[in-house]
Design a protein around this ligand. Structure first.
Ligand SMILES: Cc1cc2nc3c(=O)[nH]c(=O)nc-3n(C[C@H](O)[C@H](O)[C@H](O)COP(=O)(O)OP(=O)(O)OC[C@H]3O[C@@H](n4cnc5c(N)ncnc54)[C@H](O)[C@@H]3O)c2cc1C
Ligand SMILES: NC(=O)c1ccc[n+]([C@@H]2O[C@H](COP(=O)([O-])OP(=O)(O)OC[C@H]3O[C@@H](n4cnc5c(N)ncnc54)[C@H](O)[C@@H]3O)[C@@H](O)[C@H]2O)c1
Length: 482
């Protein structure tokens, strides 16, 4: 029970969570389910970025784009429906219906019913163990900072004078952009570029390096080629010089490519150049919590420099910024707060997926990372083009790439292709259980499924054994017994 003394009106819960996004909600719900007193403070919309401005609206938009693309691809299957007609207002309504369908799970009402004391205000530390939010003061036994991130605004001359979109405004558009420029070719940039292209917009991506540069370059290139085949202008290794406004509401971006200055003009501009942790106005200095512009500094157990305070999710400096990571972090801090059991983040078991077509999924080490770490590795691959189901579905672009160490221990898996985001789950289990290629070859995959691709890659590791003279001699010997 939260104790509230009449004289001071100070709330004294076991746990005070700041931020009601993926990470904060998971901590609050799980702690409350154990009967632990929790105060949860959220200054904006419950559900945070993922529900309102991130994963959910972006995947809903991608789902709409998939339908448009399926109509375009239908003639290959003998089905004719003509060029799809896109009603962007209806697409937007679909996005908000999806958010609306999920929102009750994250709502103030649901959390209050779970026994969580939800405060809708901005939270701020006033000292090492006191937070104020609205007219409430909270002195908790432990605090969890789950304040997330916001779009990073790049230092581009003239940008502040033009209207530009970020993930916080993109999903409010009810009319189709004629031409969308996307600055940044990370996961947000490429997912949104392809979805808009397939919904009938002209799209230009301006990327200072190469697209999806945190991924295995060989797999990322397959996605890039597909974006280009979709008709997206992909401009890599460019330097943006300035942004300016046209009289008709258009926006121009001047950039340098191959030493030459040029520009592109479009109706809309999306800025997607990474995230900045939400650390402002939180009173972190007053609380003795170390942070910088990358976020809140934590040890491997997610404890900050103030031993009462943990930080999780996007707010963590140098952290992986995914919803499932925020949820994973929530479990790690609860283990420490509730059960006093030490816990450490293990990044080698965290998968990630970019939901383009083809999807790009990765877990563990890429080839380059494994080599840099000094592992002796073998690479097992299998192309989608040699899978019967992929052939039937005309989804033959892509491959699986398994990086294995000594004795076939799986170090990392990358999949680019149809359904990669679902297929990576098997490898998430394999890496978390420290499985080998032998384990992956030894299960029965139903035919015809695309998951057979991974099994075939694992089997290929053992293919040289079939040609070994010793094995052949053994077979010849056994044949003698009838
Ligand atoms: C366009 C886009 C698409 C994405 N797609 C995916 C995807 O497909 N899969 C995936 O895994 N991840 C995806 N992500 C990333 C994912 O959204 C984040 O990693 C996740 O939301 C992080 O959760 P969090 O709890 O750390 O922070 P958030 O969800 O950002 O929640 C933080 C909350 O804290 C609140 N807050 C901040 N400061 C205060 C304060 N002082 N007082 C009170 N409240 C405060 C904020 O209002 C916010 O609600 C996507 C992100 C974007 C932008
Ligand atoms: N499917 C998913 O799980 C998913 C989807 C979207 C976002 N996310 C999360 O959100 C995070 C943020 O995504 P993001 O795409 O904004 O960031 P990002 O940091 O991953 O990519 C940003 C890109 O912008 C480029 N860039 C930076 N400044 C630039 C400039 N001035 N001009 C041109 N290019 C510039 C960078 O080189 C980089 O390629 C991701 O890292 C990921 O953790 C996840």
């Amino acid at each position: 029970m939260t104790s509230k003394t009449a004289e001071s009106a100070v709330l004294k819960p076991d746990i005070c969570v700041i931020g009601g996004g993926s990470g904060g909600l998971t901590v609050a719900a799980a702690a409350a389910s154990f009967g632990v007193s929790v105060v949860l403070i959220e200054k904006g919309k419950m559900g945070g970025d993922c529900l309102n401005y991130g994963c959910v609206p972006s995947k809903a938009l991608i789902a709409a784009a998939k339908h448009a693309e399926a109509i375009r691809e239908a003639p290959h299957f003998g089905v004719f429906a003509g060029e799809p007609e896109i009603d962007f207002a209806r697409v937007n309504a679909h996005i908000h219906e999806v958010i609306g369908a999920i929102a009750p799970n994250d709502s103030v009402e649901r959390f209050r019913a779970l026994g969580v004391n939800v405060i809708q205000a901005e939270a701020r530390f006033t000292d090492a163990r006191t937070v104020v939010a609205g007219d409430q003061t909270i002195r908790a036994r432990r605090f969890v900072l789950a304040t997330g991130s916001k779009p990073r605004v790049p230092d581009i001359s003239g940008l502040s004078d033009v209207d530009y979109l970020t993930n916080e405004t993109l999903f409010s558009l009810t009319t189709r952009p004629e031409h969308l420029i996307v600055i940044g070719g990370g996961p947000i940039g490429v997912e949104m570029a392809q979805a808009h292209r397939r919904l009938g917009c002209a799209v230009t991506i301006l990327e200072m390096g190469t697209l999806l540069s945190k991924e295995d370059p060989e797999l990322a290139r397959i996605v890039t080629r597909r974006l280009e085949a979709d008709g997206i202008a992909v401009l890599e290794n460019i330097e943006i010089l300035r942004a300016s406004k046209g009289g008709d509401g258009s926006v121009s971006i001047a950039y340098r490519i191959d030493g030459k200055e040029t520009s592109v003009t479009a109706s809309h501009l999306l800025v997607a150049v990474g995230r900045a942790a939400q650390v402002d106005n939180l009173g972190l200095k007053e609380a003795g919590i170390t942070f910088d512009q990358r976020g809140i500094k934590v040890g491997s157990g997610l404890k900050t420099s103030n031993s009462r305070v943990f930080a999780i999710g996007d707010a963590v400096a140098g952290g992986l910024q995914f919803t499932h990571v925020a949820n994973y972090h929530a479990g790690l801090v609860l283990q420490q707060i509730l059960f006093r059991v030490p816990a450490k983040e293990n990044r080698s078991v965290i998968p990630r997926v970019t939901f383009t077509d083809p999807e790009l999924a990765q877990i563990g080490l890429t080839e380059e990372e494994a080599r840099k770490a000094g592992h002796t590795i073998t690479i097992q691959r299998w192309p989608y083009a040699q899978n019967d189901r992929a052939e039937a579905e005309r989804r033959t672009g892509g491959e699986i790439k398994i990086v294995a160490g000594k004795r076939g221990v799986i170090l990392g898996v990358g999949i680019v292709g149809h359904g990669a985001g679902e297929m990576i789950n098997l490898y998430a289990l394999a890496l978390s259980k420290k499985m080998t290629l032998n384990d992956l070859r030894g299960f029965i995959a139903p035919y015809p499924t695309m998951s057979e691709i991974g099994k075939r890659a694992a089997i290929s590791y053992y293919a040289p054994m079939t040609r070994k003279p010793f094995v052949r001699k053994l077979l010849a010997f056994l044949r003698r017994f009838g």
